[in-house]
Design a binder for this molecule. Sequence first.
Ligand SMILES: Nc1nc2c(c(=O)[nH]1)N[C@H]1C(S)=C(S)[C@@H](COP(=O)(O)O)O[C@H]1N2
Ligand SMILES: [Mo]
Length: 161
Amino acid sequence: MDPAPGIGTAVHHPVPAAPPLRVIGGAVPVLLGVDHLRAWEQRAVVTTYSCATNGPRRMHCVGPLLYDVLGSHVFAAHATRKARAHHLVTVVGRDGHLAVLSWAEIDPDFTGAPALLATAVDHHPLDALGPQLVVPADACGARHISAITELRVTAAAVGPG
Ligand SMILES: Nc1nc2c(c(=O)[nH]1)N[C@H]1C(S)=C(S)[C@@H](COP(=O)(O)O)O[C@H]1N2
Ligand SMILES: [Mo]
């Protein structure tokens, strides 16, 4: 019988990277791996929240601001505050869990909340899992979406009630 691959040798098996996250809402969609997210300035935050089922949680997170990753891609430099004010950011996890932020929540001309796309949590890199949304001001965990596969920026719609 052939020996199992790697037995007796120092073969290193790199962990495969998660599929890149799709950013939709700019002129063309872009794909960003966790590695690409490290090209932006990395911020560190400690976030605490309480989960309805699992109780309190505290995480040390590192990654770029969601605003920095989306800002220049989605809006032209001359986009007015009123134009930005009616946009939404939908964040989708691999399991289909999703939540929205309003654009104004993360835009420094409005609330400027330092939401991150974490590339590491508690010093564990997220390359194999995919990035995690961190919303430090949130009291609960429902928007701390892990394994993000899509970020979609859309205009809020009005229509007949
Ligand atoms: N992709 C994905 N992310 C998710 C969830 C989920 O169901 N799917 N649940 C959220 C909720 S409700 C909480 S409390 C936290 C739980 O994180 P933990 O299991 O690391 O404590 O993950 C959040 N992120
Ligand atoms: Mo939760």
